[in-house]
Design a protein around this ligand. Structure first.
Ligand code: D5M
Ligand code: FE
Ligand code: ZN
Length: 475
């Protein structure tokens, strides 16, 4: 027996393990440099499972020699903005952009019975109807005054100022985002003025989600921030080694989705260079490839762009351009996508959006906070829009088509950006904010943001059972 294998054998025996002869034969074939890592990882995983025999099967799966052919791993890219970006210019560009937003959302809301009574804003202004009518508009202004709320709505025919008296409706109006699309029930009051009787959001109809036929797992990650001095390299590497371990769930993983901020980027925030260990984008992406290349090749890795990634800052964002790192684009198991994008994994539709607008929505809406991003994502689903507010911190490009409208109802809605793992289920849609792999930054500490980094979110695509696996506390 070779000396190096006897080390592995002794290590396992000392930990109370038996090694099957078939496993020993495989151990002898492992590169000496990897042997220690392999045996320690297997022992650690099997100790957790309390199974003290290491057999051939464990090693085959660890080494990626064995792939369960019974597990489906079929994917389709349903939407990617990368090749669709054709930004218009100036005022005309924005007019066209908001007109498209209005049309798309009006079409979505037209499925509701009330939509039969829809009138345009100009006709409501002209006819001053005493009976209830419905109109649609984008919220232009919302103003609370003593005990009433004034709401101004715009459609392509005009602009209307309305008044809300009802306390509950005023509360509902408080939660409306500027430039969000709404339908309002309205009449012309006795004392003059248009009175709001109801506010209706496009929302999600009750949804029965698509499921995978097999118990294939997808792992949801976000915000690696490679290049930052706070990037949790060891924890991410531990996660990646776990993928090759005999852990029964690891063996069923076929997809990984990384929801943006792969790298920390350069010049994203003032004084960022003081917090970088890799100071240019090429180096950061090279490191990214080095790390992600260790993911077993039978796992498909989908990477979406975030505000720290190169390409462009405004939404929708293209995929990280090939010119910065062609390896990211060359690997057979890597898929480079923009933001937002939609993929189907064994028939399960996943909407991926980095989540930039969460910042603006939290800042302008009472009752929402950074530590509960799933709640914010729920309100984006209700608005059927990923980034309603124009003119906040989130730059929006005046695309001819508003690609931030949630046209198609997803089965899973995945975001990141705020670095907090949070889950929710809304009308059959699984909402996942997948956290980060970056320690709390001084900025976040200064504003009291408490990230939950180093956690992988694992979803069984057949049962929608969710596991979070914490790598942050391991040594
Ligand atoms: O953003 C992570 C979170 O922290 C997100 O909610 C924005 C916020 N953040 C972080 N740094 C800043 C600065 N300098 N200004 C404003 N907001 C900030 P991420 O995109 O991962 O950096
Ligand atoms: Fe981030
Ligand atoms: Zn971000």
């Amino acid at each position: 027996m070779k000396k190096d294998v006897s080390f592995a054998l002794n290590y396992a025996l000392n930990k109370g393990f038996q090694i099957h002869p078939g496993a020993l034969e495989l151990l002898e074939r492992i590169d000496i440099n990897d042997l220690e890592m392999v045996i320690k990882q297997i022992v650690r995983e099997k100790s957790i499972q309390k199974r003290f025999l290491i057999n051939q099967d464990d090693l085959e799966s660890f080494l990626g020699l064995k792939e369960d052919k019974k597990l489906d791993a079929e994917y389709r890219i349903l939407f990617d903005p990368t090749s669709k970006i054709t930004t218009a210019e100036g005022i005309d560009g924005y007019n066209a952009f908001f007109a498209n937003r209005f049309q798309k959302l009006k079409k979505i809301i037209s499925n509701r019975p009330e939509a039969k009574l829809l009138k345009t804003i100009s006709s409501v202004i002209a006819t001053k109807p005493k009976e209830d009518v419905y109109l649609c508009g984008l919220v232009n202004e919302r103003r609370a005054e003593r005990n009433i709320t004034k709401l101004t709505l715009d459609d392509p025919t005009g602009s209307i100022e309305t008044i809300i008296f009802d306390i509950d409706l005023q509360k509902k109006a408080e939660g409306l985002l500027i430039d969000q699309f709404v339908m309002a029930k309205i009449n012309f009051g006795k004392n003059g003025g248009f009175i709001v009787k109801d506010i209706i959001l496009p929302d999600i109809p009750e949804h029965t989600s698509n499921r995978s036929d097999t118990e294939t797992y997808a792992v949801f990650l976000s915000d690696l921030h490679i290049g930052s001095m706070y990037f949790m390299e060891k924890e991410l590497n531990d996660f990646i080694s776990w993928l090759s371990s005999p852990d029964p769930i690891a063996r069923k993983v076929r997809f990984i989705l990384i929801c943006g901020d792969l790298v920390d980027g350069v010049g994203i925030y003032p004084m960022q260079d003081k917090e970088l260990v890799l100071i240019d984008i090429e180096e950061q992406l090279k490191k990214t490839v080095e790390i992600l290349d260790k993911i077993p090749k039978h796992i498909k890795v989908f990477m979406f762009s975030g505000n720290h990634d190169p390409g462009r800052r405004a939404l929708p964002q293209p995929a990280i351009p090939q010119k910065y790192n062609s390896d990211l684009w060359n690997r057979e198991n890597f898929f480079m996508l923009g933001n937002p994008a939609m993929v189907s994994l064994n028939g399960v539709k996943v909407l991926a959006f980095h989540g930039q607008s969460i910042d603006d929505v939290v800042r302008t809406t009472p009752g929402l906070s950074f530590d509960k991003p799933a709640k914010v994502m729920r309100s984006l689903l209700q608005a059927r829009h990923l980034s309603p507010i124009y003119g906040g911190q989130t730059p929006l490009a005046p695309e001819v088509e508003d690609m931030m409208v949630i046209d198609e109802v997803p089965d899973i809605f995945h975001a990141g950006h705020v670095h907090v793992v949070d889950l929710d289920l809304y009308r059959g849609i699984l909402i996942v904010n997948s956290g980060a792999w970056q320690h709390q930054t001084p900025f976040q500490a200064g504003v009291g943001m408490m990230p939950t980094p180093g956690m992988a979110v694992l979803i069984n695509l057949k049962t929608f059972k969710v596991w979070t696996k914490d790598f942050s506390s391991e040594d």
